[in-house]
Design a protein around this ligand. Sequence first.
Ligand code: PCA
Length: 327
Amino acid sequence: MKKTLLKAATALTAVALLGAGTASAEKWDMPMGYSASNFHSMTGAEFAKCVTQGTGGDLEIVTHPGGSLFKGNEIKRAVQTGQAQIGERLLSAHQNENPLFGVDSIPFLATSFADSIKLWKAAKPEFDKLMDDQNLVLLYSVPWPAQGLYFKKEVNSVADMKGIKFRSYNTATGRLAELTGMLPVQIEAAEISQAFATGVADSMVSSGSTGYDRKVWESLTHFYEVDAWLPRNYTFVNKDSWGSLSDATKNVVKGCASIAEYAGYWRAVQYQEFTIGQLAKNGMTVAKAGSKLKGELEGIGAKMTGEWLEKAGPTGKAIVDAFKASK
Ligand code: PCA
């Protein structure tokens, strides 16, 4: 870990030197969907500080976590239209626009941190193109820890899930609810504590991280480790805002983005164990999904993989093939 920090500090000094002496000061707002204490938001705050310091204040980035400037589902549009210059959002939230956005939420395709990096490497060139077509520039992306299932009762099979109100966060999680006989309701992470407290939802698929951030033990009782997939957040800039920067400033932003991607990844790795431990410490039953449940979920995963591949066409297939070849 010491080595990691040293590396990051050296890189930070390097980008700071690169940024010295750039043109007139500018301020960018960076809306983010998740709470300030979440590790993605912390990574974003460090990234913003890195850019502000690295450019000697020529470009100041101000983060707005917790959906305080734009709500999670408004962030991408806000950046595309220039209402904000930069933002962070859950990648798969845009799966309804283009199936490619859901490449990280295919159940049981990439189920570890190492595979999540490989899948991202296979998909990134397509994302760069897709972003460019949408007036955006992709900066960095950090995975969430592996996704497991939260309930208010013991669950050992898909039959036990029937009729439960399920909080979804993207198209794939909505589909998972349908295929397991649950009733999906899409809710932003910032609002789930209230949704569980008032009975709007009684279950979800998410990481230990979101369960911990939102103190879900106040309403829910069971967490099953399923390691179904590791969705990602991504940070992007409005293309015109990006084009207005000097080359020196762009270099600082790119340098800080690589540090953020690296540091965020390691935060996620460390957070996975810590947060699952905290769920148990706060009274939840934490267990690996039983073999019956796991087997049934894998069957549903195979169906959802087929559905995704059909929608995503040859581009999607090429990404999945490249990922599998890199394993
Ligand atoms: N937390 C986010 C997305 C994935 C995760 O682990 C959420 O539940 O909204």
